[in-house]
Design a binder for this molecule. Structure first.
Ligand code: IMP
Ligand code: MG
Length: 179
């Protein structure tokens, strides 16, 4: 068990399981994009660990860029208020894959996809290491999902609670029934 800012979290997904899921996601991408060049857009900061682990298994020629899409502040609920920042190359005609740590309501990813589609990529897909599919408030297509989880707050492996807890190599789930 760990304690972050007075909240208790139990171990939920260990690093061996994480590595297995990462490898299988990479295998799927390697098959789907065999001879295509990919532009990975990594959504900071949470997806840093997913990206670093996943991208070392990618065989296609690829480019990496970082963007930010913030919907959370320091709370445990999505505000629906999304700001997107970051420098990324022109995506027109490119095969783009967005890398997200977690998709919850889907509001963040939905805004991101809408904005990116305006630049006419050749293709645009999303990867989410974790998905709380029950929590969706918008219809958003996530082609690559690592693990479906229940609608409870999680930390570790890049995911934070008020900026704390990102550095744990395993994923922890909140003990109370808070969503
Ligand atoms: P959405 O817009 O509700 O899909 O929220 C997406 C963003 O909220 C993610 O990229 C995370 O930064 C954050 N988030 C959602 N659920 C969790 C969680 O359980 N732990 C930590 N961050 C979360
Ligand atoms: Mg995020």
């Amino acid at each position: 068990m760990i304690n972050i800012n007075g909240k208790e979290f139990n171990k939920f997904i260990d690093k061996e399981e994480i590595e297995k899921v990462i490898r299988s996601l990479a295998e799927r991408i390697n098959l789907d994009y065999a001879s295509k060049s990919i532009l990975f857009l990594v959504v900071l900061k949470g997806s840093l660990f997913v990206a670093a682990d996943l991208l070392r298994h990618i065989k296609s020629d690829s480019e990496i860029a970082f963007i930010s899409a913030k919907s959370y502040g320091n709370e445990m609920q999505s505000s629906g208020n999304v700001a997107i920042t970051g420098d990324y190359p022109n995506i027109e005609g490119r095969h783009v894959i967005i890398i997200e740590d977690i998709v919850d309501t889907g509001l963040t990813l939905h805004s991101l996809i809408k904005k990116l589609l305006e630049s006419k990529p050749a293709s645009l897909e999303a990867l989410a290491f974790l998905s709380k599919t029950e929590m969706r408030k918008t219809d958003v297509n996530v082609k690559y999902i690592g693990i479906e989880i229940p609608p409870a707050f999680v930390v570790g492996y890049g995911l934070d609670f008020a900026e704390k807890g990102r550095c744990y190599p395993d994923i922890y789930i909140i003990k109370s029934l808070l969503k």
